[in-house]
Design a protein around this ligand. Structure first.
Ligand code: KIV
Length: 274
């Protein structure tokens, strides 16, 4: 049965930790879903770890929808969340509703995520009022990287910590069902998690969050440009892939691959007629 936002909220109430992972394609989404992970985010990290952009800013709605559709086709149980790209929910309510609806109707997602707090709370409220669940995202919000001045820890001063608390409360009041807390001090994330009733999902925000999210390419060791401090490599798949590819190349070059096992026979008499 499909995981609902009520189930996710109930997990917080019961003190059950929530695991969330990103996915960008059918096969990976299917594996994550079969492992029982309840939340799958088609993150706009797609831009960096799959499409090779320098940031998430160039990612378009069409790119996100293309990958959301693939993920949705592979998922039976998890709640699939589409990540709203840069500037697709700021300009007007019409824009925000139109783009959100595309994720649900065309993409096959059950919810959307967007970055921001107090500044986007009205949009969150409008989307939720249309019956679409919204996950918030505060702290280090990569779409605002030019304004933030780099990938820095957020909420270290009294003023910025207070702002993050206000952002979390405003998202809760606007009807968000959960909030991602990215790259903020663990103690602050723990405090926010205690102060609000909806689940917090941390990435670089310590163990006091109600759940954790990781970029699948980071935790599987597939993305090799850099390893973020907040991620742990549970596997080193890039190395496994390099070894397999080198072996394949070698076998092709030496004529070892393919063998009869990978080939198709033909009737000798037909062959003789040719
Ligand atoms: O785009 C993404 O993958 C994200 C997660 C890191 C939360 O926003």
């Amino acid at each position: 049965m499909r995981v609902s936002i009520n189930r996710i909220k109930e997990m917080k109430k019961k003190g059950e930790k929530i695991a969330m992972l990103t996915a960008y394609d059918y096969s990976t989404a299917k594996i994550i879903d079969e492992a029982g992970v309840p939340l799958i985010l088609v993150g706009d990290s797609l831009g960096t770890v799959v499409l090779g952009y320098g940031s998430t800013i160039p990612v378009t709605m069409d790119e996100m929808l293309h990958h959301t559709k693939a993920v949705a086709r592979g998922v039976k149980n998890a709640l699939v969340i589409g990540d709203m790209p840069f500037m697709t929910y700021h300009v007007s309510t019409e824009d925000a509703l139109y783009n959100t609806a595309r994720f649900i109707q065309e993409g096959g997602a059950q919810a959307v995520k967007l970055e921001g707090g107090v500044n986007v709370a009205d949009k969150v409220n409008d989307i939720v009022n249309c019956g679409i669940p919204v996950m918030g995202h505060i702290g280090l919000t990569p779409q605002s990287i030019n304004q933030l001045g780099g990938f820095k820890i957020q909420g270290k001063s009294l003023e910025t910590a207070r702002k993050l608390l206000a952002d979390a409360h405003s998202l809760e009041e606007a009807g968000a069902f959960a909030i991602v807390l990215e790259t903020i001090p663990a103690a602050l994330a723990g405090l926010i998690s205690k102060r609000i009733s909806i689940p917090t999902i941390g990435i670089g925000a310590g163990a006091g969050c109600d759940g954790q999210v990781q970029v699948i390419s980071d935790m599987l060791g597939l993305f090799t440009d850099f390893v973020p401090k907040h991620s742990r490599q549970y596997a080193k798949l890039a190395g496994v892939m390099s070894k397999a590819i080198a072996e394949y190349k070698d076998e092709v070059e030496k004529g070892i691959f393919p063998t009869e096992a990978q080939s198709f026979p033909m009737d000798e008499s037909i062959l003789a007629e040719l």
